[in-house]
Design a protein around this ligand. Structure first.
Ligand SMILES: [Zn+2]
Length: 263
């Protein structure tokens, strides 16, 4: 029921040209022997994780810095005010001018492979996101929901203003055109069953993009899996993140660790 309602709501929102981002924020010791053993295993695990992290840090692409503008992290824990940058449009969708070429190449690549793609959404201002947010709260309240309920429901379907990656101009929602048209212009994770969407996901890094909200990364990003939301990070970073299955949050944290160590 909840899922059905969610899908329906998605449809409504998409119809209103509002793209939904669903934020998901969402034994005891007995004998001494066991306790000692458990501690040893746990410390082995920690060491293993640390070694893996060290290996990743030393393999990071050269010349990339955590402060590079392409790597800006915007999420519920890292909010931003309105950002200033040049904007241009690709297929009628506004994005940061610096990503026009790679985005055009990505779309052209998909088309050449036999999978035409549609850019559904790009840059959105903080002001616009706020408007969407306020409208949603108002709509729920008009339906008789309490302020608390309206906030909870809105949070489920609308990105918190100042926390949406679309505000960076570096993100684009991209769908396989055929699938998108055959599914009432909805953004649904099940689109990843379509070969054309898989092509986008599997080739994004060649053009400097990553699928930003992966299944494995839900805890790290705070956002449910989205098979359509691509984020530009630059080719070297995209390839590294994809190869090692890292979210932008995790990747930037590794870069910061390298910078700290080199100080
Ligand atoms: Zn998006």
């Amino acid at each position: 029921m909840r899922k059905a309602a969610r899908e329906m709501l998605r449809k409504v929102w998409t119809g209103l040209a509002l793209v939904t981002i669903v934020g998901a924020l969402s034994g005891c010791g007995t004998t001494k022997t066991t306790a000692t053993k458990a501690t040893a295993t746990s410390s082995q695990k920690t060491t293993k994780t640390q070694t893996k992290r060290q290996k990743l840090i030393s393999a990071l692409p050269k010349g990339v810095k955590s402060t590079d503008s392409d790597l800006v992290v915007v999420n519920e824990w890292h909010k931003h005010s309105e950002m200033t940058f040049d904007k241009s449009s690709v297929n009628g969708i506004a994005v940061r001018s610096s990503i026009v070429k790679p985005l055009e190449a990505f779309i052209a690549g998909a088309k050449k492979a036999g999978y035409p793609a549609t850019i559904v959404s790009g840059y959105r201002s903080v002001a616009y996101q706020q408007e969407v947010w306020d409208q949603s709260i108002q709509t729920y309240e008009n339906q008789g929901k309490t302020a608390k309920e309206a906030l909870k429901l809105t949070k489920e379907y609308v990105a918190v203003p100042r926390a949406s990656e679309h505000e960076t101009g570096l993100a684009a929602d991209i769908m396989n055109t055929t699938w998108y048209n055959n599914h009432g212009n909805q953004l649904l994770s099940s689109s990843d069953k379509a070969k054309g969407q898989q092509w986008l996901i599997n080739h994004a890094a060649d053009y400097g993009f990553v699928l930003r909200f992966t299944k494995a990364g839900e805890k790290s990003t705070g956002i449910d899996y989205e098979s359509w939301h691509f984020r530009y990070v630059g080719k070297a970073s995209a390839q590294f993140m994809t190869k090692h299955n890292l979210t932008l949050e995790q990747y930037v944290s590794l870069l910061q660790a390298r910078e700290k160590a080199n100080k």
